[in-house]
Design a protein around this ligand. Structure first.
Ligand code: HEM
Length: 179
């Protein structure tokens, strides 16, 4: 029986984790006052294009997970913890999709380019609409706090397993050693 997550799932988990952690400060910095124009442009290009890559990798990850479900959590974990872990994982998926989709809507309905998609001939899927773009912008702004809260729960629980309980749960996803 596979102990925890398979290698492709671990690679997807850690590359997405790093990308999402990068997106949060980049998003905040690029809209801050006093930034010079070229730095702001570079950060916007990074944020939009990495964001679309995150959206695509999330779809790949969901499909991979449906085809290769992870092994069940260890029997010693109480049911409430298993349920809490499951709920947190669902919320993480929901919030990352929420952030990427509201970001995409804000940009494409606001009439701005997504350079990597344009380069491969993929033009905006949505018509220009300033009112909806503004709503998506607000949702994107507030969504970050919900995402941060769910990430804090997830990372806190993971560190508790890794450093305090040392029960092998962290090793199910960590790529560098086996438990
Ligand atoms: C996990 C994915 C994402 C995260 C965590 C994220 C996070 C953020 C954060 C924290 C901000 C700063 C909000 C503010 O202070 O106003 C921001 C702004 C922004 N994001 Fe994202 N973002 C993500 C995906 C995307 C995607 C996929 C796009 C577009 C394709 C995008 C486009 C934008 C734009 C245009 C802004 C500036 C909003 C404005 O003021 O017009 N984001 N993002």
């Amino acid at each position: 029986m596979q102990n925890g997550y398979r290698i492709p799932a671990r690679v997807l988990h850690w590359s997405l984790a790093i990308a999402i952690i990068v997106m949060l400060p980049v998003g905040g910095i690029m809209v801050s006052d006093g930034l010079d124009r070229s730095t702001q442009n570079a950060l916007f290009i990074l944020h939009k294009n990495l964001g679309v890559l995150i959206l695509l990798l999330m779809v790949v990850r969901l499909i991979y997970r449906a085809v290769n479900p992870p092994a069940p959590l260890p029997a010693h974990m109480p049911a409430w913890q298993k349920n809490a872990a499951g709920m947190t994982h669902i919320l993480l998926y929901v919030m990352v999709f929420f952030m990427t989709i509201t970001g995409y809507v804000r940009v494409s309905m606001g009439g701005f380019p997504i350079e990597a998609l344009g380069a491969v001939g993929l033009h905006p899927l949505l018509p220009r609409n300033e009112a909806i773009a503004e709503i998506a912008k607000s949702m994107h702004f507030y969504g970050r706090y919900v995402l941060l809260a769910v990430m804090a729960l997830h990372i806190g629980a993971a560190l508790h397993h890794a450093l305090v309980l040392r029960d092998g749960v962290f090793g199910r996803i960590w790529p560098f050693w086996r438990t």
